[in-house]
Design a protein around this ligand. Structure first.
Ligand SMILES: Nc1ncnc2c1ncn2[C@@H]1O[C@H](COP(=O)(O)OP(=O)(O)OP(=O)(O)O)[C@@H](O)[C@H]1O
Length: 311
């Protein structure tokens, strides 16, 4: 399948001389949800802004559905919907009119049935005649999504869709993103929230200081870099580990009451069965057991930190 967005060696140096993007290359496949994860100032918005034609690249190229963003700007822009970070909506405009107007800007003929569907999908239908200033923050955010969808784009960019949004609304937004994907829209979102990437992305790209450190399938990333730990709580704390347990490379907690065994859950043989047997053979009585999985957050922090330390 050809990528819907293809980014090749993209660079951006702002007028101040600051290099916000350094040779970024990335292919985005139709129908996927890609999360671009990175700390403040990593270059995420710059990347999106270049693809949407708001910022000019200093080098490299981008195609959308096979069209070049510079040469075929109108073709590419009409295929893209952008939901910006900031709420930038007129106060007195009505919801329905906002979406219809936005559609018109792209030269698309009116399609009330489509706009109705978008508003229903965004659960804004009963607010269609409300002025924007009468809406809650969460509703305004959904109007921004509706505006971005009004011209039927193939690719939707969401810049920090849930920044400053409460937990309930965040879950609602995630469900909405999934529904949009199911309707065939490719979604690229930027986020600081690792749990957001973990919850909805098919692939995760990590950006730091203008560089794309990696892009990988979310599950593969967790699989490759994630580790699982079995934490065993003992009835009686230990001062030292019995030599017979050396093979498991256990970590003994400070108080001596917990043993941590790190293993690969994807291996046919994890060694847990033998470990439990060896504990019993050494007269160690287990009080409790617990398993923990490295989160995407830990993986992300390790990646970004590792890169910073090399500088
Ligand atoms: N117009 C500009 N002129 C100069 N530097 C800029 C300009 N716009 C952005 N930058 C710088 O480029 C870097 C990347 O900014 P960008 O907004 O792309 O980051 P981001 O990853 O989206 O950050 P955040 O998560 O905080 O939104 C930052 O250091 C920023 O200060």
């Amino acid at each position: 399948m050809s990528p819907i967005v293809s980014i090749t060696n993209l660079s951006k140096t702002y007028g101040s001389g600051f290099r916000a993007l350094k040779n970024v290359s990335l292919d985005i496949q139709p129908g996927e949800i890609l999360a671009l994860l990175g700390p403040n100032g990593a270059g995420k918005t710059t990347l999106i802004s270049i693809i949407c034609g708001i910022v000019n690249a200093s080098g490299g190229s981008v195609t959308v559905d096979g069209y070049d963003i510079r040469r075929d700007y109108r073709q590419t822009r009409s295929r893209i919907g952008l939901v910006p970070q900031e709420l930038s909506l007129g106060a007195f405009e009505k919801v329905w009119h906002t979406l219809c107007f936005s559609r018109g800007l792209f030269g698309k003929p009116p399609n009330p049935a489509y706009i109705e569907q978008v508003l229903k999908d965004l659960t804004l239908w009963d607010k269609r005649n409300n002025m924007l200033m009468m809406l809650s923050g969460g509703m305004k955010r959904r109007v921004l999504i509706g505006k971005a969808l009004a011209h039927e784009p193939m690719v939707l960019f969401l810049d920090e869709p849930t920044a400053g949004v409460d937990v309930e609304l965040r879950q609602e937004m995630w469900a909405l993103v999934r529904r949009l994907r199911a309707s065939g829209v490719t979604i690229i979102l930027t986020t600081h929230y690792i749990e957001e990437a973990e919850a909805i992305a098919d692939r995760v790209g990590v950006i730091n200081q203008g560089e794309l450190l990696l892009v990988d399938d979310k599950d593969a990333l967790m699989h490759k870099l994630g580790k699982r730990q079995l934490v065993i709580e003992l009835e009686t704390p230990l001062t030292t580990l019995p030599g017979e347990l050396a093979a498991w490379k256990l970590e003994l907690s400070e108080g001596g009451d917990k043993l941590a065994y790190t293993y690969d859950p994807h291996k046919a043989h994890t060694g847990i069965h033998e470990l439990l047997q060896a504990l019993a053979d050494n007269g160690l009585v287990i009080k409790d057991v617990q398993t923990t999985q490295t989160s995407l957050e830990e993986i992300f922090v390790k990646l970004v930190k590792g890169k910073d330390e090399k500088r």
